[in-house]
Structure formats: structure tokens, C-alpha cells
Design a binder for this molecule. Sequence first.
Ligand SMILES: C[S@@+](CC[C@H](N)C(=O)[O-])C[C@H]1O[C@@H](n2cnc3c(N)ncnc32)[C@H](O)[C@@H]1O
Length: 215
Amino acid sequence: MNCDPLARSYRWMEYAVFGTTLQRCRCCHLQGLQNPRSALVLGDGDGRFTARLAERYPDLRIDYLDISGNMIALARRRIERANAASMQRIRFHQGDARTAALRSESYDVIAAHFFFDFFSFADVELMISRMSALAAPGAAWIVSDFELPPNRLSALWARPLLRTMYLFFRFSVGLDNQRLSDWRAPLRAHGFSSRNACRLWAGFIVSELWIRGTE
Ligand SMILES: C[S@@+](CC[C@H](N)C(=O)[O-])C[C@H]1O[C@@H](n2cnc3c(N)ncnc32)[C@H](O)[C@@H]1O
């Protein structure tokens, strides 16, 4: 699986299908973080969330990790243009989140937006387990993802849309995974509890804020 060929058009395809909804979703918990000092952003693609995070928290150090060289180049350009000074606080890592050796930093925030849907449950579990080992006590984990709406009527349009999206990624970038994986159970298993949720498009698009060590 390689997202390089999609990197330049990714944002425009997203706007064509979802307008600005996904970006609203990525950013909906930005205000609620408690003075974070360090953050890890998994698979942020063209860097739109990383740019907003750096802007909102001017002292935050950020590790950005993505497997695609083209996505990283776009993210760098975007952040350089928007806020060149923040580049000193952001480290860009190219690697596979399942295996990449990260510094043994203690992160206050970990974010994964529209990322876990690319992986099998075993991979999601593995990544949450690896990254949780790097999370500080009280750390926040923000996950945005798609979900089949509980309402049957909404599931009637959401199911074929999700299927089409998976087929698109299978043929465009060679994505093997073709179904949503549970990320809540592994987060719970690693001591995180759900604190807040944004649900858009009848619950098809969700973003949740999880905090470690709270009930
Ligand atoms: C669907 S895009 C989501 C991008 C962005 N997070 C967003 O909200 O739109 C998935 C991103 O994950 C990256 N990716 C895929 N597999 C990865 C892996 N094993 N490790 C790290 N990044 C990966 C891709 O390069 C791509 O940028």
C-alpha cells in the first residue's frame, strides 16, 4: 500500500465528497487539550491537522509520522508556508507506524485521523499498544474515523459510500483492508476512557477524545 500517487489530489478528492466536514472533525477537540507539551500525529498525510495543532499550541513539540514520502513533502510545504517558525518544533518521520522505532518520548497527545480504517484489527491493536507505551499519564488520544451510523435509514447510504471508498483505495493505492476495525477496545485496554465525541453526517464521521487514567 502506497499513498504517494494520491498525495497531491487527496485534499481535493476529500473536499469533493465531504466538503470541509473531515477537517472540522479533525479539529473538533483542539481547544480542549490541557497545555500539551509533546504530541505524536500518526498518518497525518498532507499535514492539515499538524498545521492547526502547531498553530493552536505555539510551544508544542510535534512528531509527525507517515509512510508516504509525497505526503510528508506536502505536509512540510504546507507548514512552512503557514507558519515557518513552527518547523523548528516539528519532526517529520517517514515510517510504518506498526514497526517504526520512535524515541521513547512521553507524549501528552496522540492523534490518528482517518487512519485506523486502513488497518486490520490486529494492526490497530498493535499500533495502539506500541503508542500507548509512549503516552504520558493523563495523555489524550484523539481518533477520527468513519463508522456505520446506528440509525438504519442512515446506514442505507453510509454502507455503500464506505464500500465505494474502500474499493477506491484498493484500486488506487493497493489497500488490502476493506472493513472498519474497532479501535475503542484497544484504547480501553490500555487505560484510556472516552471523554468527548463529535458526530457528523448522522454519525458516519466521528472524532473522539480519550484520556488516559480517567473513568
Ligand atoms: C486515509 S489517509 C489519512 C490522512 C490524514 N490522517 C487525514 O486525516 O486525511 C492515510 C494516511 O496514512 C498513511 N499511512 C498508511 N499506512 C501507514 C503506515 N503503515 N504507517 C504510517 N502511515 C501510514 C498514508 O500515507 C496516508 O497519509
